[in-house]
Ligand binder design. Structure first.
Ligand SMILES: Nc1nc2c(ncn2[C@@H]2O[C@H](COP(=O)(O)O)[C@@H](O)[C@H]2O)c(=O)[nH]1
Ligand SMILES: [Mn+2]
Length: 423
């Protein structure tokens, strides 16, 4: 039986209630209790990280609210025996497949493909455009840039090819390209692009199963080799797209990117890093896995995107060992895609995007700003992990969806409507 408990006496009753349920769960594995969504809710005044004791290593949680399923996944990892010292949960965390999105952990001996995630090497790239500001950006350029991006960078279905996605392609879903401006009115370009290779759906585990490989085993070595191949591929893909994007900016506006300030980072990966081990007062080299997390070593630059209406942050790491030198990789989803489609009206979506040059096709409503967590709260929750360098607000957004994707989605929702009308 597990010893999971919460160390901070001031945590709210809700947490204690969840704790009791979780204890019940581990004994009975009652699927009915399991499927109930009981969030972890702490008082916003409680300082972060919350430290949750488990039968394995503790969990450092950098948010005051978390879905029960995500907490369950973190506990499974913390009690698996493969994680050293603690497991860290980032402020944008939400339930993932096999492991929570927003998980960081260190291992001496094991790697978990499920904890790296299916989007191996998914990440962000951003660069400022030297001399281009809000004041000298002509209004008509925004549409010209948007159209040119769509013509030159394949998105959604058009990104696909076998066995790997084409280099220089964006991917689908919440992958995006943006033109933004910072607090000094400086213009930036940014992209969030697809992984080196998507793990096949049939290879993915059920939600709360966590499988892992010994690094010394043949499978572990094979996985590391393949994962590193995917990381290189994903980084190259971002570089190629960024070159095209900067070329578009130059062609349309006449201004060039300041390539010396480019930031190009993964947020789904595993690599060896030197880690301070507090219990031994030593530094060791361990395998750090970040699934939906940004490296935030002291002085290291990172990119934290929010949503298509909210924009993003350029941040600098503060090098906090309590999070394994990491911070969030975004705002994180608040509503599932289905919930967003159902609960957010087309009018509210369009209002949230007013003034931004972008598509507001109904097929994109599951990507609306309202579907994501409040980025201000996410940033406040990680003030000990990272410092804001630039606050970027969006001007142009191109999402990872092709005309063909839109037609397929429209057909599907028409069929869906017809089905319900005949009932
Ligand atoms: N600036 C923008 N941020 C966005 C957009 N769509 C999503 N997002 C944020 O990115 C992260 C990435 O999540 P991942 O797990 O898929 O890597 C997500 O949590 C959102 O906060 C956008 O169009 N523009
Ligand atoms: Mn990503």
């Amino acid at each position: 039986m597990t010893n999971t408990s919460f160390s901070d006496a001031s945590l709210s009753l809700e947490i204690r209630a969840l704790h009791t349920r979780r204890k019940k769960l581990s004994v009975t594995q009652d699927s009915e209790i399991y499927s109930k969504k009981q969030p972890l809710l702490a008082n916003a005044s409680v300082s972060l990280p919350l430290i949750i004791q488990t039968a394995g290593v503790p969990i450092h949680v950098y948010t005051h609210s978390l879905e029960s399923e995500a907490l369950q996944q973190l506990i499974t990892l913390a009690e698996s025996g493969i994680a050293e010292e603690f497991v860290a949960c980032m402020p944008d965390a939400h339930v993932g497949v096999g492991a929570t999105i927003g998980t960081v952990f260190a291992s001496r001996s094991h790697i978990s493909p499920y904890a790296v995630g299916s989007d191996i090497g998914c990440g962000m790239c951003a660069v400022p455009i030297q001399g281009l500001t809000i004041s000298n950006l002509k209004k008509k350029w925004k549409t010209e840039i948007q159209q040119s991006i769509k013509q030159r960078i394949p998105t959604g279905h058009d990104s696909r090819s076998k066995p790997y996605p084409k280099l220089g392609t964006l991917g689908s879903g919440n992958h995006f390209i943006e033109v933004l401006y910072d607090e000094t009115e400086q213009i930036w370009v940014m992209l969030h692009s697809l992984a080196g290779k998507q793990m096949k759906k049939k290879c993915l585990p059920i939600k709360n199963e966590l499988k892992y490989l010994s690094i010394e085993s043949q499978e572990g070595q094979d996985y590391l080799l393949d994962m590193n191949w995917c990381l290189n591929y994903a980084k190259q893909n971002r570089s190629i797209m960024m070159t095209i994007l900067c070329d578009i900016m130059k062609q349309v506006t006449g201004y060039s990117a300041d390539k010396s300030r480019i930031v190009n980072i993964h947020h789904n990966y595993c690599q060896t890093e030197d880690v301070y081990i507090e219990s031994k007062n030593t530094t060791e080299t361990l395998y750090i896995t970040r699934k939906g997390a940004t490296s935030a070593r002291k002085g290291q630059l990172g990119i934290i995107p929010g949503s298509m209406g909210e924009g993003s942050f350029i941040v600098e790491g503060l090098g906090d060992p309590k999070s394994f030198y990491s911070c969030s990789h975004g705002a994180g989803r608040l509503l599932s895609r289905t919930e967003a489609m159902k609960n957010i009206s087309q009018e509210d979506f369009e209002n949230a995007m007013s003034g931004i040059t972008c598509d507001v096709n109904a097929a994109l409503r599951d990507e609306c700003p309202q579907a994501y967590k409040d980025l201000t709260i996410v940033m406040a929750n990680q003030s000990s992990l990272t410092r804001v360098v630039h606050r970027l607000k969006p001007l142009v957004n191109v999402k990872g969806i092709s005309a063909r994707n839109i037609r397929t989605r429209e057909k599907k929702s028409k069929k869906h409507r017809e089905f319900f009308m005949t009932m």
